[in-house]
Design a protein around this ligand. Structure first.
Ligand code: SF4
Length: 686
């Protein structure tokens, strides 16, 4: 590919070779589990379209996710069985689809060893019978016959992939899997030729590499995804990681390194969420590049084109590895190359994708509704509408903007009415939470698209039935969002008025209903009020966490950062229970540092001027009090539906003369990923 890059990022678009395979540019789609594999271990058509989209988007090299080399080495039921020759034919279609766009395609091989996503796990293999500390399941210590079968499995699997047309092979001595545990002094206590000294711990890795080279020929590139630092108290550090790299390189069987860090027990470093700063792992990339004569792929939240180009220019690495950025926007390389970096849909490091596949469900992305669904939807290329309609969207939050974007792309004439003076809706409040500013990339991207599509957004406009009638719209989309679930917000016109439920909430063990004595007090604030910057809130604040998500955790942290003394209290067994694991872990770590007092298994009984009364599920016969100046009960949200009720009446009898659609939180409050997906579907069918 010619170096025709603009914006000064040309360094990213110079070809570079690994062995005799020329990679057209420096952007690598990193291997990651997608859970798109079939239940019988085959690659699928969903894999084909997923990878073709990234190849079409301009990535120079794609590395297909970890595949198992042995029937007892599958980390998930959705792992592809590379050892099985049945994979060759379906893989040929996927390889061809990638090659069609000029990209090169490598495949990553692993034995999952003592790590599994299944729960309970199948029998797992390990050098020694020591469990990964994150898990409760013990592996089987391997015999020599198992080691031999594993090495043979790598060789057979590599041959299968090369037969299918892959351009190279990568093995994983990285965040999960067997080979890293053999190399690790913590996990490997063997006293035979595969343990006891550094060389013996590395022996299986060298034998695997040698067997692969013998099986596919020395001219086919073979690389190693290498964990350079395990980032656990018991794990190995960068010095040890570099020693491993040196040993592997000296074997002569390795053609490139792909950097990595973290393990299943430190997965916040393996798939770093937004709390881990971009480029945090650059010291690891640089250290390996300095030491090695082989091509090096850098890793670690490298989404920003300027940073990526600088790394290449300064020779701190030869390639830039991107996984999540290309999940969020497969066209990132092409946008950088053609001077459209301002149109990139940035990964916000929310880790919804990791949360999803960690539960063995097909990959999804908050920003990109197409991810993992490339065969089903395309928000950028939905089919043109048969008739152009006047579409009026009420609300410029993510749901409203996404409907507007997709509808406008399809040829509709779209206008958005927004009651505030800016776009974003709840994203604006979410972005005020500590370390959450990247979430604004969602509204920034959508706003940029709407501007290009010439969608008019009218701000500071309150909407009622008359405004809608006078607009003459053919289709009205209500994206009015939601509001905190507090008594004055929760009651709908057709609910029982102020039904007194006594202490039912407390007896439920959770405050799912906002009927708590004292909840209407002047010392009670909603999360939205707090995040809007209510200055009168007192020093000592109790946040009641019944959302399991960022609304409560982020609000508590925001208050702590503002100098408040904060209690975060939940009736559940943990706070932030619905957060993705890495985010949840790092939140609790920060909460402890910020002196947020976390109280679990505690139900709110009542609120008074002087504090809250609680009941612990550990001691249900006794209540206890916590003095405080303010209480922020976060017990869910309710749909903002007054306008909808005004338009259709309570029973839906009034039939408007236009098509009326609700979307997003206005129907039922949900996660951002689901809202964007639903809005895409709505925009696609208008
Ligand atoms: Fe990035 Fe979140 Fe999408 Fe994953 S789900 S790729 S972290 S935006």
């Amino acid at each position: 590919m010619a170096n025709n890059a603009t914006d000064g990022y040309g360094a990213l678009f110079n070809p570079f070779s690994i062995c005799n395979v020329e990679i057209p540019n420096r952007i690598v789609f990193q291997p990651h589990f997608t859970a798109l594999g079939s239940a019988d271990g085959l690659p699928t058509d969903a894999h084909r379209s997923y990878h073709e989209a990234r190849a079409a988007g301009g990535a120079g090299l794609l590395i297909f996710e970890s595949m198992s080399v042995h029937p007892e080495g599958k980390m998930s039921r959705h792992f592809v069985d590379a050892w099985d020759p049945k994979v060759i034919e379906p893989f040929k279609k996927i390889v061809n689809a990638v090659h069609k766009h000029g990209s090169k395609f490598f495949g990553q091989l692993t034995h999952s060893g003592h790590t599994s996503l299944e729960h309970p796990t199948p029998i797992m293999w390990a050098p020694t019978q020591i469990q990964e500390p994150y898990t409760n399941f013990m592996p089987k210590p391997m015999g020599k016959i198992d080691i031999k079968a594993t090495i043979e499995g790598f060789a057979i699997s590599a041959k299968n992939l090369i037969s299918a047309g892959f351009d190279g092979i990568e093995i994983k001595i990285a965040h999960d899997g067997l080979l890293r545990s053999f190399a690790s002094p913590f996990f490997n206590h063997r006293r035979d030729e595969y343990g006891g000294t550094f060389e013996k711990r590395m022996r299986i890795c060298i034998e695997v590499l040698e067997a692969i080279k013998k099986s596919i020929g020395s001219d086919v590139p073979v690389g190693v995804r290498l964990c350079l630092n395990e980032f656990t108290p018991w794990g190995y550090d960068l010095d040890y990681g570099l020693k491993m790299a040196q040993h592997l390189e000296a074997s002569g069987f390795v053609d490139y390194f792909n950097c990595d860090a973290g393990t299943f027990s430190s997965y916040w470093m393996e798939i770093p969420p937004f709390a881990v700063a971009q480029g945090s792992f650059q010291n690891l990339n640089i250290a390996l590049k300095k030491q090695s004569k082989l091509p090096v792929i850098a890793f670690g939240r490298l989404k920003e084109p300027g940073l990526a180009a600088r790394i290449i220019e300064r020779k701190e690495a030869d390639f830039i590895g991107m996984a999540r950025q290309l999940i969020a926007d497969p066209n990132t390389p092409n946008k950088i190359r053609t001077g459209r970096s301002d149109e990139i849909r940035e990964c916000i490091a929310c880790n919804t994708c990791a949360h999803q596949v960690g539960r063995e469900r097909a990959i999804r992305c908050t920003q990109n509704p197409n991810a993992g669904r490339e065969n089903e939807i395309n928000d950028l290329d939905a089919s043109p509408a048969s008739k152009s309609k006047m579409v009026l969207v009420v609300g410029a939050g993510p749901a409203g903007m996404k409907v507007a974007e997709v509808a406008a792309r399809r040829g509709h004439n779209v206008m958005i009415l927004e009651k505030s003076d800016r776009v974003g809706g709840q994203l604006i409040l979410a972005a005020k939470q500590p370390l959450h500013d990247e979430v604004l990339s969602v509204s920034h991207y959508l706003e940029t698209q709407l501007r290009k599509l010439k969608v008019q957004i009218v701000f500071n406009t309150a909407v009622n039935a008359e405004v809608i009638r006078e607009s003459g719209a053919d289709v009205v989309v209500l994206a009015t969002g939601s509001r905190p679930r507090l008594p004055e917000n929760a009651a709908r016109k057709y609910d029982f008025p102020n039904k007194d439920l006594g202490d039912l909430s407390a007896s439920l063990g959770r405050q799912v209903l906002p009927q708590i004595p004292g909840i209407n007090g002047e010392n009670v604030y909603s999360a939205d009020e707090v995040m809007h910057g209510n200055s009168t809130i007192g020093k000592r604040v109790v946040v009641i966490e019944e959302s399991g998500h960022w609304e409560s955790c982020g609000t508590a942290e925001y208050l702590a950062d503002q100098g408040h003394e904060v209690y975060l209290i939940t009736s559940r067994s943990m706070v932030g229970g619905d957060l993705e694991g890495a985010n949840q872990h790092l939140f609790v770590e920060r909460a402890v540092k910020k002196s947020i007092k976390i109280l679990t298994n505690s139900s709110l009984l009542s609120i008074s001027n002087s504090g809250v009364e609680l009941k612990s599920s550990m001691d249900p016969n006794n209540s206890f009090k916590i003095p405080c100046d303010a209480v922020v009960p976060i017990i869910g949200r309710n749909s903002e539906e007054n306008l909808y009720i005004e338009l259709v009446d309570l029973d839906g009898i009034k039939v408007p003369e236009y098509e009326l659609i609700r979307v997003g939180d206005a129907i039922a409050p949900r996660t951002l990923e689901l809202i964007i997906y639903e809005a895409t579907l709505v925009g696609s069918r208008i």
